[in-house]
Design a protein around this ligand. Structure first.
Ligand SMILES: Cc1ncc(C[n+]2csc(CCOP(=O)(O)OP(=O)(O)O)c2C)c(N)n1
Ligand code: SF4
Ligand SMILES: [Mg+2]
Length: 310
């Protein structure tokens, strides 16, 4: 049990507790894949024993960024591409919180790409869900970092000249310790993968293929999908970097040729950022949030800084 008594409380949790009273019905377009992410989270969180007041959902800007308006947890709707730094700070300050960061492909792989690389490299303990619809949905369908080469949009009416970014491979080379891809059309797998990602200690990246029927008609390609763990055609060891890298490369290439491969790609159990910092002595194992509410503690460094800025 934490000093913050909602955290670690053991009780039966009903998935309806995750539906907010204020905005229970999402305003996403009919058929939008984003509904599946919300549903998977509402199912997964109670199944891993989390109640709404133990969870913080941090989102960026985009249709995907509206997630935390429709999910009854603590929420922080940040600026475009900045969900990860906010999520990192919250987790470091209050490690008892279950931190889920989320955003779109434009948000996380474009404007926030640098944060993605370094949050993975540092192995911050959180789940990061990227709603990958291969376009900028909210701003009406512009080309995004994952739009296929040749994809036509208002920004590239003659077709994109650029090859798409490879999110799984990027997560692996950056240092993420859990990497998976799922799809809105595969709700059972999505729920299970989200549960694993939440329970993983370290940076868990889930590339979630979410069709945008309004601005990306090509996204219908997400059906049918293949679960690589269930198919006899794919066999690899997901604790082996080299084998995982090859499987990711095949998956990312196949997507743009019309074959949707999903599943778990990589897992390792290296120490998290906080564990590394505690080991070097840079951080104590008393969470900052508890130190902050300790009336007897002297905040020498902060007073120092304040004095210097007078
Ligand atoms: C700094 C900044 N630049 C640009 C925008 C405009 N903008 C809002 S959402 C968005 C793209 C959203 O695309 P994505 O992240 O893929 O999310 P989706 O809407 O597809 O879920 C952009 C460019 C912004 N809000 N802030
Ligand atoms: S514009 Fe696309 S991504 Fe946004 S809510 Fe509509 S279908 Fe979903
Ligand atoms: Mg998008």
């Amino acid at each position: 049990m934490s000093a913050f008594n909602a955290i670690g409380e053991s009780r039966e949790i009903d998935r309806d507790e995750f539906t907010p009273g204020l905005e229970p019905q999402p305003t996403w377009c009919p058929g939008c894949g984003d509904f599946s992410v919300l549903k998977a989270l509402k199912q997964a969180l109670p199944e891993v024993g989390k109640s709404p007041d133990e969870v913080l959902t941090v989102t960026g800007i985009g249709c995907s960024g509206k997630l935390n308006s429709y999910l009854e947890t603590y929420g922080f709707h940040t600026i475009h591409g900045r969900s990860l730094p906010v999520a990192r700070a919250a987790k470091l300050a209050n490690p008892g919180l279950e931190v889920i960061a989320a955003g779109g492909d434009g948000d996380g792989y474009g404007i926030g790409g640098n944060h993605f690389i370094h949050t993975a490299r540092e192995n911050h303990d959180m789940t990061y869900i990227v709603f990958n619809n291969e376009v900028f949905g909210l701003t009406k369908g512009q080309t995004s970092p994952t739009s296929p080469k040749g994809h036509k949009s208002k920004t590239q009416p003659t077709g994109s000249a650029k090859s798409p970014l490879r999110p799984l491979s990027l997560a692996l080379t950056s240092g993420a310790s859990y990497i998976a891809r799922t799809a809105a059309v595969n709700p059972n797998q999505a729920k299970e993968i989200i549960k694993e990602a939440i329970e993983h200690d370290g940076f868990a990246h889930v590339d979630f293929l979410t069709q945008c029927p309004t601005w990306n008609k090509d996204a219908r390609q997400y059906v049918p999908y293949v679960d690589i763990q269930e198919s006899d055609d794919y066999e690899f060891d997901r604790t082996d970097r080299q084998e995982a890298a090859e499987m990711m490369y095949e998956t990312e290439s196949a997507l743009y040729e019309g074959t949707v491969l999903t599943g778990r790609y990589y897992v390792d159990d290296r120490p998290t950022y906080a564990e590394e910092k505690i080991a070097t002595g840079e951080m104590t194992d008393t969470p900052i949030v508890e130190q902050y509410f300790d009336d007897d503690r002297e905040w020498e460094r902060s007073y120092d800084l304040l004095d210097r800025h007078k």
